[in-house]
Design a protein around this ligand. Structure first.
Ligand SMILES: NC(=O)c1ccc[n+]([C@@H]2O[C@H](COP(=O)([O-])OP(=O)(O)OC[C@H]3O[C@@H](n4cnc5c(N)ncnc54)[C@H](OP(=O)(O)O)[C@@H]3O)[C@@H](O)[C@H]2O)c1
Length: 313
């Protein structure tokens, strides 16, 4: 495994982080709790120590399952969760960074994870009204109370940068979408990690699965409990899907040369091209975790990186 220290922190984490979105069991197709728990154990056995979840994933179910899987193993894991989406069954969902909501959220998160502290608490989305200084004051208070160790950001935009820069050195990380199928945030990931002193964490690193080599033009079918069936999940639709399948053909050649699975090439590209990053990958079962872990411990050569950059332009 490869490890990195998150900026402005003493958290040493595996550069491959197990993502907990599919663990919510909602919107990503069917999952089995026993397979998810085995997947977390497989991650630990593969020396992955970093786990990302959020209170909104399956309205708390992802945190519950992760907590069950880590029972008795808490000291082996660095756990990140997120707040800021005010979601309750049967009510309107909206972004909420108010101190009241943050305090309520952290208590729910700790209870569901069955732990008394969280290593990293991330603002999932900013709301339009709570000043960042108020959010930071609340997070600092949670730190003092021992409920969280560090805090981070996610899905930040250019308009937020000036405000965030006032707290440089306090936030440790930020998450954004990035993969060979989605390079639109590449410049921000590079620039903001430096300018704002934040460790970049890439989500959708496997293009929600399209970069694993298991799809062709004929087998992209998702059920109704799977948001990838919707057009906004562009990786699986129209010209974008065809382009992704073309990228995968080049990845297959590289994977073959290194005797690695295709998913490992998707991961290795990010690890090599963004050397300060952490790569988040969702997984539903142990076999997916172990093939993703094969993304670590080797390197792409310059020619391979050039090819991948050129075909994914
Ligand atoms: N900050 C944010 O706003 C944000 C947004 C999205 C995600 N995230 C985080 O980032 C993590 C990663 O993103 P993601 O889960 O959306 O997408 P992803 O990692 O690109 O794709 C995950 C999906 O790919 C498939 N898969 C994984 N490994 C595989 C393998 N080796 N072989 C074949 N298929 C494989 C699985 O789905 P199937 O088996 O169904 O194909 C899995 O659910 C999330 O879990 C979450 O923790 C954060």
């Amino acid at each position: 495994m490869e490890y990195i220290q998150l900026k402005n922190s003493d958290l040493t984490v595996s550069r491959l982080c197990m993502g907990g979105c599919p663990m919510g069991g909602y919107g990503w197709g069917a999952v089995q709790e026993n397979e998810l728990i085995d997947a977390v154990h497989c991650a630990l056995d593969s020396e992955i120590n970093f786990f990302d979840t959020a209170d909104t994933y399956g309205l708390g179910q992802s945190e519950i399952t992760l907590g069950k899987a880590l029972k008795g193993k808490r000291n082996k894991a660095v756990i990140a969760s997120k707040f800021g989406v005010h979601a309750k069954k049967g009510t309107l969902t909206f972004y909420d960074n108010s101190p009241q909501w943050i305090r309520k959220s952290i208590d729910g998160t700790l209870q569901r994870l069955d732990t008394d502290y969280l290593d990293l608490y991330q603002i999932h989305y900013r709301d339009d009204k709570t000043p960042l200084s108020v959010v930071v004051d609340t997070l600092e208070d949670l730190k003092k109370q021992g409920k969280i160790r560090y805090y981070g950001l996610s899905n930040i935009h250019e308009k937020d940068v000036e405000e965030i820069s006032k707290f440089k050195g306090q936030f440790v990380s930020f998450q954004d979408e990035y993969s060979l199928a989605c390079r639109k945030n590449e410049n921000d990931l590079i620039r903001l990690s430096d300018e704002l002193s934040l460790t970049p964490m890439t989500w959708g690193s496997l293009g929600q699965g399209v970069l694993t080599g298991k799809y062709d033009k004929t087998n992209v079918n998702f059920g109704s409990n799977d948001r990838r069936s919707r057009d906004i999940y562009v990786n699986f639709h129209g010209d974008k899907l065809l382009k992704n399948l073309e990228i995968v053909e080049h990845m297959k050649v590289i994977a073959n040369n290194h005797d690695k699975p295709v998913s490992a090439v998707a991961i290795r590209f990010i690890l090599d091209y963004l050397p300060e990053s952490v790569v988040l990958c969702g997984a539903k079962r142990p076999s997916q975790v172990s093939s993703n872990a094969e993304g670590c411990g080797w390197n792409l050569n310059e020619k391979e990186i050039k090819t991948l950059l050129s075909v994914s332009k």
